[in-house]
Ligand binder design. Structure first.
Ligand code: G3P
Ligand code: CA
Length: 251
């Protein structure tokens, strides 16, 4: 049975400040096959890597990302909230991450989550696709979003880039929606992957990528279920898990 790919969720965010370059580099050091990150749009139209629409949880700033330019955001400390030793970490631009991916020896895949389900950033899809094209990175990228209209727009703009439709919980019509918008995969939580809909997704040719799995026993259960990818805050921990065991009742 194939072993699921391990992606670092917001990088190796269990041990390093999420969505920073050190978290991405440490996910790579831990042996992850890819990383997941989140993008929002700045006041001057730059795609930046930060999970929340607001700054206060993961930086020393306050207010909304969309109200600041990239240059202003670059002055913020994006690491001390996690531990003072990371005070030099900054909010990465998406371009910086793509440059890092193009360095020698880096063959990670990259799942870019378009964070446009709360603020529907005008032009986010075009800007992200243009950056991906500029760095010739399409074959290593998966674009995902909880916003199906945004993914439909991505598909209209680019017929070939890989798209993952993001869902939470166990919605009845996820497979139908994924097909309608031209998605290639469903990004879901463990309960969906273990629900009756997993077989339906498989029959539709839609692999499942699971977020966020930090328990080795759950990884083993998902591996038995045949999922494609597992996103975890702890890529080092899960890389060591033997997944070919017979599972009885784990949870
Ligand atoms: O992309 C999967 C997962 O990251 C979605 O949830 O809140 O961690 O961005 P969240
Ligand atoms: Ca995310």
């Amino acid at each position: 049975m194939p072993v699921p790919l391990i992606f670092g969720h917001r990088g190796a965010s269990g041990a390093f400040p999420e969505n920073t370059m050190i978290a991405f580099e440490e996910a790579r050091n831990a042996g992850a096959a890819g990383i997941e990150l989140d993008v929002q749009l700045t006041k001057d139209g730059q795609a930046v890597v930060i999970h929340d629409e607001t700054l206060q949880r993961t930086t020393n700033g306050t207010g909304e990302v969309q109200d600041f330019t990239l240059a202003q955001l670059k002055k913020l400390d994006a690491g001390s909230w996690f531990a003072t030793t990371y005070s030099q970490e900054r909010i990465p631009s998406l371009e910086e991450v793509l440059q890092w991916m193009n360095r020698d020896g880096n063959n990670l895949r990259l799942n870019i989550e378009l964070k446009n389900d709360i603020i529907p950033y005008d032009g986010l899809e075009e800007k992200v696709l243009a950056l991906i094209a500029a760095y010739d990175a399409e074959e290593r990228i998966i674009l995902s979003s909880f916003n199906p209209d945004s993914l439909k727009r991505v598909r209209m703009l680019n017929p070939t880039i890989e798209i993952g439709y993001l869902i939470a919980g166990v919605p009845d019509l996820a497979v139908e929606t994924a097909i309608r918008i031209g998605a290639d995969a469903i990004h879901c939580q463990t309960e969906y992957a273990l629900s009756r809909y997993a077989g339906k997704a498989g029959q539709a040719g839609l692999p499942l990528r699971i977020y966020t799995v930090n328990r080795p026993d759950v990884l083993m259960r998902l591996s038995e279920a045949g999922v494609d990818t597992v996103m975890t805050d702890e890529p080092g921990l899960l890389k060591g898990v033997p997944v070919h065991h017979t599972i009885r009742k784990l949870f």
